[in-house]
Write a protein that binds this ligand. Structure first.
Ligand SMILES: [Zn+2]
Length: 114
Protein backbone atom coordinates (compact mmCIF):
# COMPACT_ATOMS: atom_id res chain seq x y z
CA UNK A 1 0.00 0.00 0.00
CA UNK A 2 1.40 3.43 -0.91
CA UNK A 3 1.91 5.74 2.02
CA UNK A 4 -0.50 8.63 2.09
CA UNK A 5 0.80 12.12 2.62
CA UNK A 6 -1.04 15.42 2.28
CA UNK A 7 -0.87 16.65 -1.31
CA UNK A 8 1.63 19.38 -2.01
CA UNK A 9 2.87 19.51 1.55
CA UNK A 10 5.61 16.96 1.97
CA UNK A 11 6.98 17.06 -1.53
CA UNK A 12 7.34 20.73 -2.33
CA UNK A 13 10.99 20.73 -1.28
CA UNK A 14 11.88 18.42 -4.13
CA UNK A 15 11.50 21.26 -6.61
CA UNK A 16 13.32 23.79 -4.48
CA UNK A 17 16.89 24.72 -5.37
CA UNK A 18 17.84 24.88 -1.71
CA UNK A 19 15.94 21.95 -0.24
CA UNK A 20 16.79 19.61 -3.07
CA UNK A 21 20.35 19.74 -1.79
CA UNK A 22 19.35 18.83 1.74
CA UNK A 23 18.42 15.37 2.96
CA UNK A 24 15.47 14.74 5.26
CA UNK A 25 18.03 14.56 8.00
CA UNK A 26 21.55 15.94 7.87
CA UNK A 27 24.13 15.20 10.49
CA UNK A 28 27.58 16.64 11.08
CA UNK A 29 30.16 16.04 13.74
CA UNK A 30 33.55 17.55 14.48
CA UNK A 31 35.80 16.00 17.08
CA UNK A 32 38.92 17.63 18.42
CA UNK A 33 41.96 15.73 17.22
CA UNK A 34 40.00 14.00 14.47
CA UNK A 35 39.73 16.91 12.06
CA UNK A 36 40.22 14.59 9.09
CA UNK A 37 37.04 12.78 10.06
CA UNK A 38 35.01 15.93 10.52
CA UNK A 39 31.76 16.27 8.63
CA UNK A 40 29.78 19.42 8.00
CA UNK A 41 26.25 20.31 7.08
CA UNK A 42 25.79 21.11 3.40
CA UNK A 43 26.83 24.75 2.78
CA UNK A 44 23.38 25.46 1.37
CA UNK A 45 21.98 25.01 4.88
CA UNK A 46 23.30 28.53 5.55
CA UNK A 47 20.57 29.83 3.26
CA UNK A 48 17.88 28.78 5.69
CA UNK A 49 16.37 31.57 7.74
CA UNK A 50 16.12 31.49 11.50
CA UNK A 51 12.43 31.62 12.37
CA UNK A 52 12.37 30.80 16.02
CA UNK A 53 15.03 30.19 18.64
CA UNK A 54 13.73 27.40 20.86
CA UNK A 55 16.63 27.65 23.30
CA UNK A 56 17.68 31.29 23.46
CA UNK A 57 20.91 31.82 25.35
CA UNK A 58 21.68 28.13 25.47
CA UNK A 59 25.00 26.80 24.27
CA UNK A 60 23.10 23.87 22.85
CA UNK A 61 21.19 25.35 19.96
CA UNK A 62 17.66 24.39 19.08
CA UNK A 63 16.28 26.46 16.28
CA UNK A 64 13.39 26.42 13.92
CA UNK A 65 14.61 27.39 10.47
CA UNK A 66 12.79 27.95 7.24
CA UNK A 67 13.67 27.75 3.61
CA UNK A 68 13.15 31.24 2.08
CA UNK A 69 12.27 29.73 -1.27
CA UNK A 70 9.60 27.14 -0.50
CA UNK A 71 8.87 27.74 3.22
CA UNK A 72 9.80 24.25 4.30
CA UNK A 73 10.66 24.12 7.99
CA UNK A 74 13.73 22.54 9.52
CA UNK A 75 14.82 21.86 13.05
CA UNK A 76 18.46 22.71 13.63
CA UNK A 77 20.09 21.45 16.81
CA UNK A 78 23.64 21.43 18.04
CA UNK A 79 25.24 19.66 20.92
CA UNK A 80 28.68 19.13 22.29
CA UNK A 81 30.48 16.85 24.63
CA UNK A 82 33.56 17.54 26.63
CA UNK A 83 36.22 14.94 26.05
CA UNK A 84 39.50 14.50 27.88
CA UNK A 85 41.47 16.36 25.26
CA UNK A 86 38.90 18.55 23.58
CA UNK A 87 35.31 18.66 22.54
CA UNK A 88 33.01 16.88 20.19
CA UNK A 89 30.49 19.01 18.36
CA UNK A 90 27.39 17.68 16.73
CA UNK A 91 24.88 19.37 14.46
CA UNK A 92 21.70 18.01 13.03
CA UNK A 93 19.24 19.47 10.59
CA UNK A 94 15.93 17.68 10.19
CA UNK A 95 13.18 18.52 7.74
CA UNK A 96 9.81 19.11 9.40
CA UNK A 97 6.28 19.08 8.15
CA UNK A 98 4.22 22.23 8.72
CA UNK A 99 2.37 20.41 11.50
CA UNK A 100 5.58 19.50 13.27
CA UNK A 101 6.88 23.05 12.96
CA UNK A 102 3.62 24.42 14.37
CA UNK A 103 3.91 22.03 17.29
CA UNK A 104 7.37 23.28 18.16
CA UNK A 105 6.15 26.86 18.13
CA UNK A 106 3.07 26.09 20.21
CA UNK A 107 5.02 24.06 22.70
CA UNK A 108 7.46 26.89 23.17
CA UNK A 109 4.70 29.45 23.60
CA UNK A 110 3.69 27.68 26.77
CA UNK A 111 7.10 28.17 28.34
CA UNK A 112 6.89 31.79 29.24
CA UNK A 113 7.59 33.59 26.00
CA UNK A 114 5.41 36.59 25.45
ZN1 LIG B 1 13.11 25.02 -0.04
Amino acid sequence: MPKKSPPGLEKRHIHCSICALLGDREYATQTYGWEDEATFLPPVSNNLELVYDLAPGSSRASQLRKCPECNTFYLYTSDYEYLVNGTEDEETLARLTDDEAAEYMERDNGLGHT
